[in-house]
Design a protein around this ligand. Structure first.
Ligand SMILES: [Zn+2]
Ligand SMILES: [Zn+2]
Length: 248
């Protein structure tokens, strides 16, 4: 166990649960009700890429109309602002694995209307869930794949099978956040490969954050090349174009 993770486990065991956002004592081990009520949930947004849209601007943003992404829809729970940015960084880089369940719950809540057929874009809901993979080297370096930790409870709650070996990341490309915006699509091109026939599968691909959408687009292309008919992307948070998130 990594030292940081060890100390979080010890601290979590010794002290009553406190809200990670405001520090008040709370019922669960993540955030309190008051902080939950003010989480920066996504309002009107593009159905394809989850970019926030002004009210009555339509359902698809200009960028997606001009260049439709290879994924069909993005289901994002929140905007990547405080306290979600801090929570996700604690989860991913601080190894706060106890945050996986409440963060996954945000994704589950964002996916439910789609699964219940409430939106015309989701006439045919997903049949399988999978996580955005890390390269083998990065997974060893980090010790876990944050997307996999989110995808597991999402699949369980939605009662859908979780594919754990279908998509692999074959290219350990430079970290997206270190690259200029325009180079990000080039950076992840051919980064993914599919190991199985996905003919007829409708997939829900889970990741923690979407920023440029370049990684999701590259993964969706590989999944489609393997036969997937639909690729939905489910994320905890959607960052704006101007933000640097440390993630692609
Ligand atoms: Zn709180
Ligand atoms: Zn869009």
């Amino acid at each position: 166990m990594m030292p940081q993770r060890f100390w979080h486990t010890v601290l979590d065991a010794c002290f009553p649960a406190r809200c990670v956002s405001c520090g008040q004592q709370t019922q669960n081990d993540a955030w309190c009700r008051a902080c939950d009520a003010v989480l920066p949930r996504i309002g009107e947004s593009c159905i394809r890429c989850a970019t926030p849209l002004p009210p009555s601007a339509g359902t698809v943003c200009g960028a997606c109309l001009n260049h439709p992404p290879p994924f069909d829809a993005t289901l994002a729970a929140c905007r990547y602002t405080f306290p979600l940015d801090r929570l996700l960084q604690d989860f991913k880089y601080g190894h706060r694995l106890a945050l996986a369940a409440p963060l996954a719950q945000l994704v589950i809540d964002a996916c439910r209307p789609a699964l219940n057929g409430l939106s015309p874009a989701f006439q045919e809901p997903p049949t399988h869930v999978l996580a955005m993979p890390l390269s083998a080297a990065r997974q060893i370096e980090r010790g876990f794949n944050q997307a996999q930790e989110l995808a597991r409870p999402v699949a369980a709650a939605l009662k859908l099978p979780l594919l754990t070996d279908a998509l692999v990341r074959i290219k350990d490309s430079p970290k997206q956040a270190t690259l200029p915006w325009r180079d990000r699509h080039k950076n992840v091109r051919s980064a993914f490969a599919c190991r199985r026939d996905l003919s007829g599968y409708r997939l829900l691909l889970i990741d923690d954050v979407m920023t440029s959408g370049a990684t999701a687009a590259a993964a969706a292309k590989a999944l489609r090349a393997a036969g997937a008919t639909t690729v939905f992307v489910g994320v905890v948070a959607r960052a704006s174009m101007m933000q640097e998130t440390g993630v692609p």
